[in-house]
Design a protein around this ligand. Structure first.
Ligand code: AMP
Ligand code: MG
Length: 436
């Protein structure tokens, strides 16, 4: 009995099975964060900082104006009001990118644009809307003077030097994931390159005589290889670099040859050939390269799993994760075991997907005491989450994975969960429907 979807086996040989946690612990402990690399900031998105970043400068570098207006001395504005303008002599103009050449003396002002460094002698900026500038222009009066219509406290509309970041300050901490805002902060410090933990390469090998590559003509008895693609896309999504090795046919030579190309990767994923009755060949191939364990993990889907370290050139060892062949099983096993390994190699410390509590909208049946990961579509309504099973739960039904945004978890010891019951859902995707 090799299909993990049919629960005809009543003897529950749980003694031979690994719990999801045991399998996870054994796998994850084989991985460490990879070494650092230096790269252009724009190519570092999603990667983890390998060193603290201190600011080499003040941001902004000099006090500058927050408004288009007039730089002046606040003492000059005593008593200014709309009916009582204070008239100042306009002695110059300074735009963003320019340096002021004149000093603001009592009774004078300098026209200033947003972002321009404030001239010496001034302590305040008055926006042009709070002067008679517009009226003056309209009336064709000279612009060598301006009337200020308000009094202002000292410092108003001036952004002091170092307001955002002070020179020498710790700006970004080692271990932080670079998002667009961090990339922007690095640019604001004038940095072109950054040290980050490098991305792992993940080699992906499909196995099976029945498999066709998308683009090939359909043939009787053959199916398209979807695992290479769902797995590569998953690797990309979580920050790894996928390397497709193609399809190995079910014979020793081909397996050996194709596997060879995966040995320089940081992780080798294979799919299929790990269910009982099938794995003799895979076992032979892997045994020549190292140690391999065939596990039954107490979960549905994705019970069969192979795990081992393979000898690779240069005295290296390559972790190998043999995922089940059924398309949903392959993806769920990736989610539980490969995704966290990739995140750990990337230097991330939060390896778990977010989970929520949702009200189940249809039953989950658990007939042989495994942890069931049921494909559900979660929606949010009036602040509450609802988990709708996405249809047939066979591990070959990939479209039900495509309809799902989460995996509802039915514990090992629950034979059934009913509609209306609260269930924990591991969210694969947050989107507008769940309001996050
Ligand atoms: P196996 O472990 O080789 O017995 O495969 C289990 C099931 O998964 C079979 O129905 C295979 O046809 C299917 N399968 C194996 N590899 C792939 C793949 N790369 N893409 C889609 N289905 C696959
Ligand atoms: Mg096969």
């Amino acid at each position: 009995m090799r299909d993990e979807n049919h629960g005809h086996h009543h003897g529950h040989h749980h003694a031979d099975m690994l719990s999801v946690e045991e399998a996870f612990d054994r796998i994850i402990s084989a991985f460490e964060p990879l070494e650092a690399e230096e790269k252009p900031i724009l190519e570092s998105l999603g990667q983890v900082l390998a060193a603290d970043v201190y600011s080499p400068l003040d941001i902004p570098p000099a006090a500058n104006s927050a408004m288009d207006g007039y730089a002046l001395r606040h003492q000059d504005l005593k008593g200014a009001a709309s009916g009582n303008p204070v008239t100042l002599k306009v002695i110059g103009l300074v735009a963003a990118g320019q340096l002021p050449t004149k000093r603001v003396e009592p009774g004078t002002t300098i026209r200033i644009m947003t972002g321009a460094p404030v001239p010496e002698g001034c302590d305040t900026v008055v926006p042009f809307e709070e002067t008679d500038e517009v009226d003056r222009k309209a009336q064709g009066r000279g612009m060598d003077e301006v009337g200020v219509l308000v009094a202002q406290p000292e410092g108003k509309h001036i952004r002091p030097a170092g307001e955002d970041v002070k020179k020498g300050e710790l700006v970004l901490e080692k271990g932080a994931t670079l998002r667009p805002s961090e990339v922007g902060v690095l640019a604001s410090l004038g940095l072109e390159r950054v040290r980050v933990i490098r991305r792992p390469t993940v080699a992906i090998l499909a196995t099976g005589d029945e498999l066709l590559t998308p683009g090939q003509k359909a043939q009787p008895g053959r199916i398209y290889d979807s695992n290479s693609y769902s797995l590569s896309a998953s690797v990309l999504r979580y920050g790894g670099i996928p390397r497709l090795l193609g399809i190995a046919r079910d014979n020793l030579e081909d397996m050996h040859r194709k596997l060879e190309e995966g040995l320089t990767a940081d992780l080798l994923l294979t799919s299929a050939g790990v269910s009982k009755g099938d794995y003799d060949m895979v076992k032979d191939v892997l045994a020549e390269r190292g140690e391999v364990n065939f596990w039954s993990v107490r979960m549905r889907p994705a019970k069969p799993l192979a795990w081992g370290m393979l000898r690779a050139p240069g005295n290296r060892q390559v972790p190998h994760l043999g995922l089940p062949g059924n398309p949903v099983s392959a993806m769920v096993a990736f989610e539980e075991f490969a995704r966290p390994a990739i995140l750990k190699m990337l230097g991330k410390t939060r390896l778990a997907k977010p989970t929520i509590e949702a009200e189940l909208q249809g039953p989950i049946v658990n007939f042989d005491g495994r942890r069931v990961f049921a494909r559900v579509h979660v929606t949010k309504s009036n602040g509450a989450y609802y988990a709708n099973p996405t249809g047939p739960q066979g591990s070959n039904i990939l479209t039900s994975m495509a309809r799902a945004n989460g995996l509802a978890i039915c514990p090992e010891d629950e034979p059934k969960m009913d509609k209306g019951q609260m269930v924990r859902v591991k969210m694969l995707d947050w989107n507008e429907e769940v309001g996050v």
